[in-house]
Each structure stands twice: as structure tokens, then as C-alpha cells.
Design a protein around this ligand. Structure first.
Ligand code: ADP
Ligand code: MG
Length: 250
């Protein structure tokens, strides 16, 4: 019972529309798992159920061995479950550095940084700069967060989640709409999370892109898990062709 995440027979529906139809899988600590599937197949809804923004109609979610099926989002993030939202949660008027420092402070007692001269402030600042160096944002540390490019903002979101102390990262299309260069930076950051033994679930469209850093790929189709295998086997599966191109192409 050492799995990081355990999803059992998860169902979710809105009125009489069923969106997730019995999804089960396990994720071990340190795994990087890609999630793919056609538009509307339920990928974001699955993340909402894992992070507490949707309450499943049946089934269960366990995180680090504890059941969290009905726990509100905030409780989950305190336990180390990090849902990364796009353009959400960043304080645009604060500096890039302050944004990271705030995430670090959020897991400390307010007294540790209450006085400006507290030693903890210097330690936090150093840690925040370390995180920013990891994503080559150290030269932007003093800029307002609002001045970052879309791709840099995305890196900052992931770094804030890291600074907040997350062990499990849920990334929903982190490279959507970013430049090819920034796409490489996002890939690099995911590889870094992996090297830090963090667990990562990443929703992406481009299987060629995610297979660079995912050891395993889960495929959803109409709210069901239809494949859960190595990138090589998923790529060569006739099921994948059927889902994306219809049965004639298989
Ligand atoms: N709150 C909701 N109310 C009604 N329909 C929803 C709701 N959330 C998701 N859906 C529907 O569920 C399906 C799956 O959506 P989503 O999880 O966003 O898919 P994906 O992320 O794979 O593109 C879509 O058909 C979407 O319109
Ligand atoms: Mg989605």
C-alpha cells in the first residue's frame, strides 16, 4: 500500500450526462504518466475529481494511502497534491520572486517570517532564487509577474507549486499555446521534477512530445480508460488509431 495515487472505479456525471464511466488506475511515487485522449474524453474532469473541484458520483481516490474522495481542494494541496492552473494563482502585481516566496511561506508558521529581519526571510529568499534558477527565470526575479510571457508564466506556476511543497503534480496541457522553444523549457522542467522524484500526471495532445519524459501513457475515450501502457505499446496499438481516426483507419 505504497502507491502515491489510487483511483478506483471513478464515476462522474452532470444531471443525466455521464462524463467519467468507471476509471481505475494506480500511480507509484516518482512515476511520470502522460494522459491523452480526444477532446471531451474527460481528461480535465478527471483532474478536477483528483484535485477536489468535482466530487465524483461514485468510486474513490486515495492519495498517499489516505482516502481523499470528498476532501476539499485546499486540504488536498496541504497534503502535497499540486494542481497547476494556468493564469490562476499568480499575483500579477507582485514580483516574480515575491510570488515564489509567498508559496514557500504558505507552508511555514507566520511567526517565522513575521519580523523583516527574521533569519527565515533570508533563507526563503535564497530558496526562491534557487527555484527560479532551475527554470532560468532568475534574471526576471524583480520584474512584475504580469510582465512575463505566457510560457514563462506557466513555468512560474509550476515553480510555485513546487515551492508550495507538492509531491504530486497535475499538469493540464502545460504546453498549449506556447512557443516551440518554451515547449522545450516545459519538457526540461518536467524532467527536473522527475529527477527530484516528484510524481507527475500530464495531459497533453502530442504523444511524440510526452513520450520523451513519460514512462507510461493512459488513454481516455468517452470517459473510460482504454489503454494504460508504455509509450511504445500505446503508439503501436490499433485501439489508438481507432479512437483518433475511426475504425476504418485501424
Ligand atoms: N460541469 C459540466 N457540466 C456539463 N458538462 C460538462 C461539465 N464538465 C465537463 N463537461 C463535459 O464533459 C466532457 C468532458 O470534458 P473534459 O473533461 O473537459 O474533456 P477533455 O479535457 O478531455 O477535453 C465534455 O463533453 C464536456 O462538455
Ligand atoms: Mg481538457
Amino acid at each position: 500500500m505504497s502507491s502515491m495515487l489510487s483511483v478506483r472505479d471513478l464515476h462522474f456525471g452532470v444531471k443525466d450526462l455521464s462524463i467519467l464511466n468507471g476509471i481505475s488506475f494506480e500511480v507509484e511515487p516518482g512515476e511520470t504518466v502522460g494522459i491523452i485522449g480526444p477532446n471531451g474524453s474527460g481528461k480535465t474532469t478527471l483532474f478536477n475529481c483528483l484535485s477536489g473541484f468535482n466530487v465524483p458520483s461514485s468510486g474513490s481516490v486515495h492519495f498517499k494511502g489516505n482516502e481523499i474522495t470528498d476532501m476539499p481542494p485546499h486540504g488536498r494541496s496541504l497534503q502535497g497534491l499540486g494542481r497547476v492552473f494556468q493564469n490562476f494563482g499568480i499575483f500579477r502585481e507582485m514580483s516574480v520572486l515575491e510570488n515564489v516566496i509567498m508559496a514557500i511561506e504558505s507552508r511555514q508558521s507566520i511567526w517565522s517570517t513575521f519580523f523583516p529581519w527574521s533569519r527565515q526571510n533570508a533563507i526563503n529568499r535564497e530558496e526562491a532564487m534557487h527555484f527560479l534558477k532551475e527554470v532560468r527565470l532568475e534574471n526576471s526575479a524583480k520584474q512584475r509577474a504580469a510582465s512575463l510571457s505566457g510560457g514563462q508564466m506557466r513555468l512560474l506556476e509550476i515553480v510555485r507549486t513546487l515551492a508550495f511543497g507538492a509531491d504530486l503534480f497535475l499538469l493540464d496541457e502545460p504546453t498549449a499555446g506556447v512557443s516551440p522553444k518554451m515547449k522545450e523549457d516545459v519538457a526540461h522542467l518536467i524532467q527536473k521534477l522527475r529527477a527530484m522524484k516528484k510524481t507527475v500526471l500530464v495531459i497533453e495532445h502530442d504523444i511524440n512530445f510526452i513520450q520523451k519524459f513519460c514512462g507510461r501513457i493512459i488513454v481516455l475515450d468517452v470517459g473510460k480508460l482504454v489503454l494504460d501502457d508504455s509509450p511504445e505499446r500505446v503508439r503501436s496499438s490499433s485501439m489508438l488509431k481507432e479512437i483518433y481516426f475511426g475504425s476504418e483507419a485501424a
